[in-house]
Design a protein. Sequence first.
Length: 132
Amino acid sequence: SRYTATVSPAVITSGTAPQTFTWTIYNGGACSLEKVEIYIPTQGGASWVYSSASAAGWTINLKTGPDLVQFKDPNKSVLFPPGATRTFNITFNPTETVSADKDVSFAVMVKEAKTGLSTAICPFPKPWYASQ
């Protein structure tokens, strides 16, 4: 994929509250990006509770059905240019409580400003295991 995403921290403890995750996204495309959407995991049911989010200069909206956090350039003045890396933060309070280690998957979508094309970043970041 021309876009990449990673998330940190790499490992969290079951039911951590609050917990902030940082997605580092690289724009390897030819166009600037105007929107990034990070989907809240459904594997844990309602146990991933959104608390807050941040991304420099961008607006944040919590959407439902499916649940996601939308980061958007409010007036296309702080676009995410090609070749750049940006960070997007989401805090959950709490996170999922599990009885065994497991992967947690976050789908990430980006939208190009010029073309309006939306693209999934594959593979979806799922680098951590919630453990007891």
